[in-house]
Design a binder for this molecule. Structure first.
Ligand code: F6R
Length: 606
């Protein structure tokens, strides 16, 4: 989603801004721009498409000056055009970059137009620049003008502004959208996240909601919602060398698929106590007090929650409800029978999930943030953080974060079951040893990579595909379908295998790819029968299964086998071939694997 960067105090900061924008590319965007102030006026470059276009503009005409802001835009209001690309400038006096949505932009725009402001774009963002000009025209200082602007706007936003009258300072503000201020040596920076600034500084200040700040080369002054100067903690973010490095792989996604053994091992370490046993970041008493859980998440993270529901209910006998975050708070849910809300988010910045978690907190639930990005808004606001340690995930389609989430969630389920004494020590120990075996087994599952090429070659010409699974593999079927559609743009649907006969089986025609997930569990016979029904009607069965279950199926056209694991954990192992299949099909089709069309990595609008 839109990315914001800024720098003050660096000679010829144009290149630095471009470099910082490259680090935000993973968030997804469709146009980009940079503006600097050279002491006399603004120098601006904007272009549609990838950063390479902006880069060549800046090569031809370098941007001078030691202060500037930049932006990658993911279109919400107004098409993908140069006029709609940020930065937006008003009256040659103020430039702004913005992430989020100004919900009352129509009213503001018509009021401003009535007093003579001329708009050049269709965006909601441009009103910010005009509001600033309006306020400065009345003689207000930049700080006072900012207070005025913040009073006027509604919605979720992070923005940065630079005014001609104040060419040595940036002003930034946030409400619900992420923003970090980086403090360097005689220079300061701003970025939508610390990743954008990782090559410049590790000293970061995160603004709180409704804060704004004046950022100068020598540091930042933060103000709260009332315009009172406040202290916000400076944190040292982890150094992340090789952040924008593909590590010799063709795509970030390919690299991240291969990083899963490490991502799982590190995430498991975060859920292991000093005695080597599985532990949740809560006391035994807290765990015993959990009576029911609501899980809040979006997309792939939501599918992780659906898998976890089988685990938590099956092992710990605690009722679980899984909610799509964007639906949750608006349907006025009844919350009083829940004791805990777990918000699951790789980025920790998905606005839907953040708002759902806030709603749960306001309703009195204890909140747990299961997040991959330390210091993200969900991590900062949750009562308890249960981290995944997958490392930065740059590919837009989530892979290693998903299996890391599942690793943490199965560990949490066992810890909960043990605290509630509803699992035998033998069963808990057996699952524990299987969880510990995961990194090695996932490593073995990755060896199927090359054998999947032929299957994806054929799948690439399909117009549609079905994914089927039963029990814990049903949510994985949903996830497999999401991966295929978002990466290769092939229409795909996931179904519970047993549900096929209630309608979806009508879709099956000769040659339709049916990607079936099967584990050697107690439902193997029934699940195999469901698949046989699809095969008998002409479905082209592509089986993702384990070494034991494979012998039960003699009707699949293609088979991808992973090592045997306790069927409870099968979604973690079978996620690997499902990801590889989607990845290789997308490569075969030549789509933009790391940044599929229309998608953003961190979805910071509702
Ligand atoms: C799909 C994908 C998305 C995200 C979703 C939530 O591959 O990555 O569906 O899972 O946008 O994102 P987070 O987990 O960052 O809240």
């Amino acid at each position: 989603m839109c990315g914001i960067v800024g720098a003050v105090g660096l000679i010829n900061c144009g290149d630095t801004l471009l470099d910082a924008l490259r680090r935000l590319e993973y968030r997804g965007y469709d146009s980009a721009g940079i503006v600097t102030h050279n002491g006399n006026g603004f120098e601006i470059a904007r272009s549609v498409g990838k950063l390479t276009s902006l880069d060549s503009l800046v090569r031809k005409k370098p941007l001078g000056g030691n202060i500037g802001i930049g932006h990658t835009r993911w279109a919400t209001h107004g098409g993908v055009t140069e006029e709609n690309a940020h930065p937006h400038i008003a009256a040659d006096r103020v430039v702004i970059v913005h992430n989020g949505i100004i919900e009352n932009h129509r009213q503001l725009r018509s009021r401003l137009e009535q007093v003579g402001h001329v708009f050049r774009s269709d965006t909601d963002s441009e009103v910010l620049a005009h509001l600033y000009v309006d306020a400065l025209n009345t003689g207000l200082s930049l700080t006072e003008a900012t207070r005025n602007v913040l009073d006027a706007i509604e919605g979720a936003y992070a923005f940065a502004a630079l005014a001609n009258d104040y060419p040595d300072m940036l002003v930034v503000a946030r409400n619900a959208s992420p923003l970090a201020i980086g403090l360097g040596d005689k220079a300061s920076f701003i970025g939508s996240d610390a990743i954008a600034l990782a090559h410049l500084t590790r000293r970061v200040i995160y603004l709180k909601d409704n804060d704004f700040a004046i950022v100068k080369a020598e540091g930042a002054t933060v103000f709260d919602v009332n315009g009172i100067s406040v202290e916000r903690d400076e944190v040292i973010v982890a150094a992340s060398p090789g952040l924008v490095d593909k590590g010799g792989y063709r795509h970030y996604m390919e690299k991240e698929i291969h990083e899963q053994p490490d991502a799982i091992a590190h995430s498991l370490a975060a859920m292991t106590g000093t005695d080597g046993r599985i532990a949740a970041p809560m006391s035994r008493e807290q765990l015993q007090g959990i009576s029911s859980i609501v899980m809040l998440a979006a997309g792939t993270s939501h599918y992780a929650s659906l898998v976890a529901r089988y685990w938590i209910e099956g092992l710990a006998r605690v009722p679980v409800t899984c909610e799509i975050a964007s639906e949750y708070r608006y349907r006025k849910p009844v919350t009083n029978h829940f004791s805990m809300a777990i918000a699951i988010s790789q980025s920790g910045e998905s606005l839907d999930t953040l708002m759902a978690m806030r709603h749960a907190a306001e309703s009195g639930l204890q909140t747990v943030g299961l997040v991959n990005v330390p210091g993200s808004t969900v991590a900062r606001e949750a009562d308890v953080v249960m981290p995944t340690r997958a490392g930065p995930e740059i590919g837009v389609a989530s892979t290693k974060a998903f299996t890391a989430q599942l690793t943490v969630l199965i560990s949490f389920s066992v810890a909960l079951a043990e605290a509630k004494r509803v699992i035998t020590p033998e069963r808990a120990n057996k699952i524990h040893s299987q969880i510990q075996a995961l990194p090695g087994l996932v490593g073995r599952a990755l060896t199927s990579f090359n054998s999947i090429r032929t299957i994806s070659h054929d799948l690439a010409s399909a117009r549609s595909a079905l994914f089927l699974g039963r029990d814990v593999l049903y949510p994985l079927a949903l996830e497999g379908a999401l991966k295929l559609k978002e990466l290769s743009y092939i229409h795909a649907e996931g179904f519970a295998s047993g549900e096929m006969k209630h309608g979806p089986i009508a879709l099956i025609e000769d040659g339709l790819p049916v990607i079936a997930m099967l584990a050697a569990d107690e439902l193997l016979g029934k699940a195999a029968s469901n698949l046989r029904e699809a095969s008998a009607r002409g479905g082209n069965i592509i089986l993702l299964t384990d070494e034991r279950a494979v012998s039960e199926v003699d009707f699949a056209q293609s088979v991808i086998t992973v090592p045997y694991i306790d069927p409870l954990l099968a979604p973690i192992l079978l996620a690997v071939p499902a990801q590889i299949l989607a990845y290789l099909t997308a490569v075969e089709k030549g789509t933009d694997v790391d940044q599929p069309r229309n998608l953003a990595k961190s979805v910071t609008v509702e």
